[in-house]
Design a protein around this ligand. Structure first.
Ligand code: PRT
Ligand code: ZN
Length: 295
């Protein structure tokens, strides 16, 4: 009988590649790749990794060629609308916290924008015609959609379109092309997607991988904080610590009023938090990254 192996599709090259690889490696998966690799088998887990264009990832999972995929929500939703298959054949297992961007409507700076009705009777260039059409329908806007696969932001300059609907992260590309973001259409980040009707054996492997991914993602946002503090200041200090669980308090050799405090904080620890801790009486403060967290 053929061994049960999970197939995961990830982007071959592009914005999601590095982080997808980093996540799999941090989950303890060992594999070898070079620039020509189209598929590789993990050495320590029944997992095969396929390297493809991001546009193909939703379809590969929907059609059951792959069990899992790492892809932007923008790409997933566009393909789902295109297939008109609803959400029945693929589900989002987890948000992965990278590849964040938004699909936005953008107007040339010199074109007036008061509200979304200003898009009426315009031509809008986009690579996401289905998501744009859904947005226009929701807002009762009638506009012409010009579908182009790349360099969408150049369309207004070439008089091909009055506006665009494209992905934005820093906003630099819009700025460079004399465009301004006027309305968000969709917030997006990379997600782990899964074919819904996988076998029990395949689901077990997916669950293991999902748990590891969640643990890695949680650990990335968390810090381990250690410091000394007067016992009397502990109540105040607890209020300062962001998103932390109950601290571990330990006695310090030869000290009666001072203790050592260790705590995991699930939110970013910024300089102002440390300064407030110091002001409240904490000293010898150490903040260290956490590699893995399992509850
Ligand atoms: O070859 P392949 O088809 O696999 O790659 P691709 O060229 O289609 O995709 P790629 O690698 O550019 O993006 C992959 C995914 O990354 C997207 O589907 C999004 O989910 C996510 N992502 C996050 C982005 C951006 N940020 C982003 N800024 N994808 C594209 N952009 C582009 C945008 O289209 C525009 O041209 O970057 C420009 C805007 O960036 P800023 O920083 O100037 O605002
Ligand atoms: Zn693509």
């Amino acid at each position: 009988m053929e061994e049960n192996r999970v197939k995961i599709a990830i982007q071959k090259k592009g914005r999601l590649f590095d982080e997808s690889i980093r996540l799999l490696k941090q989950c303890g998966i060992k594999f070898r790749i070079d620039s020509k690799t189209l598929m590789t088998s993990a050495l320590n887990l029944p997992l095969d990794i396929l390297f493809v264009r991001d546009d193909d990832i939703p379809t590969l999972v929907m059609d059951g060629v792959c069990d899992l995929g790492i892809v932007g929500q923008n790409e997933l939703l566009e393909k789902q609308l295109d297939k008109q298959s609803g959400n029945s054949d693929v589900e989002i297992v987890n948000k992965l916290g990278f590849g964040r961007c938004r699909l936005s409507l953008a107007f040339p700076k010199k074109r007036e924008f008061k509200d979304v009705t200003c898009a009426n009777d315009s031509t809008i260039a986009t690579s996401y015609p289905k998501l744009l059409q859904q947005f226009l329908d929701k807002n009762n806007i009638s506009a012409k959609i010009l579908t182009i696969s790349g360099s969408v932001e150049i369309a207004p300059k070439l008089n091909m379109a009055d506006a665009i609907c494209d992905l934005v992260s820093t906003g630099r590309t819009l700025e460079e092309n004399d465009l301004r973001e006027v309305m968000p259409v969709l917030e997006s980040e990379a997600v782990l997607i899964k074919k819904i009707d996988c076998s029990v054996e395949i689901n077990e492997i997916i669950e293991l991988l999902d748990k590891r991914m969640k643990s890695v993602i949680k650990a990335r946002g968390s810090k381990y904080i250690m410091f000394h503090a007067p016992k009397a200041a502990l109540d105040d200090i607890e209020k300062i610590l962001p998103g932390s669980e109950k601290p571990t308090i330990m006695t310090l050799d030869g000290e009666t009023d001072k203790v050592a405090v260790h705590v995991v904080s699930s939110e970013g620890v910024f300089w102002d938090t440390l300064e407030s801790l110091k002001q409240a009486g904490a000293s010898s403060i150490l903040v260290v990254p956490i590699e893995k967290m399992l509850e």
